[in-house]
Write a protein that binds this ligand. Structure first.
Ligand code: FES
Length: 324
């Protein structure tokens, strides 16, 4: 496996109702690779499950990684395992951190989180505080007891301000949007993390108040709805730029599957177009993007990358730059 690390579960503790914080450290206590707010790791769990979790807490700390996992009633196994079976002292394999949701340069930042979407935004708040960039953090939970990092967020920041909203008290995003959202400015950026419905609502509200789409940043941790049934997909060929080897990709196959079947190592993780592990540069052809990792600007930009696990080709051939 590429870019993976062995870590040990150093501690697990409740972090607001329904959430568990998990601290991961190197078994020998060595420093872990650095990360920046917005980064996530893939956590390999028993049974072949691989789940992505945002890193949270202090981004300056190299002593360990902190994640926080909500118990998902519709869990496909990941959050259930962490809540029911994970134990301190247990060893796990994780990926090194990848950041598809980085903080961009800004004069002022508005952070808006719902539920466990607080995890990357709490790390962002800490980094902005250290960098002296003014920010406001708006955190929506149903009840006060559900808030993660409530103690830490309750301490005053020098450069920022945090408000926790309780939808049980009528402060849902539909009824209580922050005043900061009414003040778009060229140097102000908005970061969103939470369920799709929350992010859609806030993004639409921001756009109607004059925010520029380029200043709104969000991260999807749910797979997008399939854009078309597989039966309507066209076959094409995939070519390796390095060797010239080419193989057909049938309508019901993914590029990743074809490459794996032909002995090519593919860096896969989520296999749903949401983690970015399989993004690979394209040197020829036009990608039919099906991932939700890349922004619209990246998908239409000059340096094309294809998500091998889910995207397809609009041209008869797609040449990719992947080591054989
Ligand atoms: S494996 Fe996650 S985006 Fe392809």
């Amino acid at each position: 496996m590429r870019n993976t690390l062995e870590v040990m579960v150093e501690g697990i503790w409740r972090q607001g109702e329904g959430n568990l914080a998990v601290r991961l450290t190197a078994p020998d206590g060595a420093a872990l690779p650095g990360w920046s707010p917005g980064a996530h790791i893939d956590v390999h769990l028993p049974g072949g499950l691989v789940r992505q979790y945002s890193l949270t807490g202090n981004p300056a700390s190299r002593r360990g990684y902190l994640i926080c996992v909500a118990r998902d009633p519709d869990s496909r196994g990941g959050s259930r395992y962490i809540h029911e079976s994970l134990r301190p002292g247990q060893r796990l394999t994780i990926s090194t951190p990848r950041n598809l949701f980085p903080l961009e340069k800004a004069d002022r930042v508005v952070l808006m989180a719902a539920g466990i979407g607080i995890t990357p935004l709490y790390a962002m708040a800490r980094r902005l505080e250290d960098a002296g960039v003014p920010f406001t953090l708006h955190y929506y939970v149903r009840h006060p007891e559900q808030a993660a990092f409530r103690y830490q967020l309750g301490h005053p920041f020098r450069f920022g301000d945090c408000t926790i909203y309780h939808s049980s008290a009528g402060e849902s995003p539909r009824h209580a949007l922050p005043e900061a959202l009414t003040r778009p400015a060229t140097g102000t950026r908005l970061y969103l993390c939470g369920p799709d419905g929350f992010m859609d609502h806030v993004r639409q509200s921001a756009l109607t108040r004059g925010w520029s789409p380029e200043n709104i940043h969000s991260e999807a941790f749910q797979p997008p709805a399939p854009s078309a049934p597989a039966s309507s997909d066209n076959a094409f060929t995939v070519t390796l730029a390095s060797t010239g080897q080419r193989w057909p990709v049938a309508a019901d196959q993914t590029i990743a599957r074809v490459l794996l079947d032909n002995g090519i190592d593919v860096p896969l993780s989520c296999e749903m177009g949401i983690c970015g592990a399989c993004l690979t540069p394209v040197t020829e052809g036009t990608v039919d993007h099906r991932d939700s990792v890349q922004s619209a600007a990246e998908k239409s930009g000059p340096r094309q990358q294809v998500a091998l696990c889910c995207s397809r080709s609009l041209t008869e051939n797609l040449t990719i730059s992947l080591a054989p």
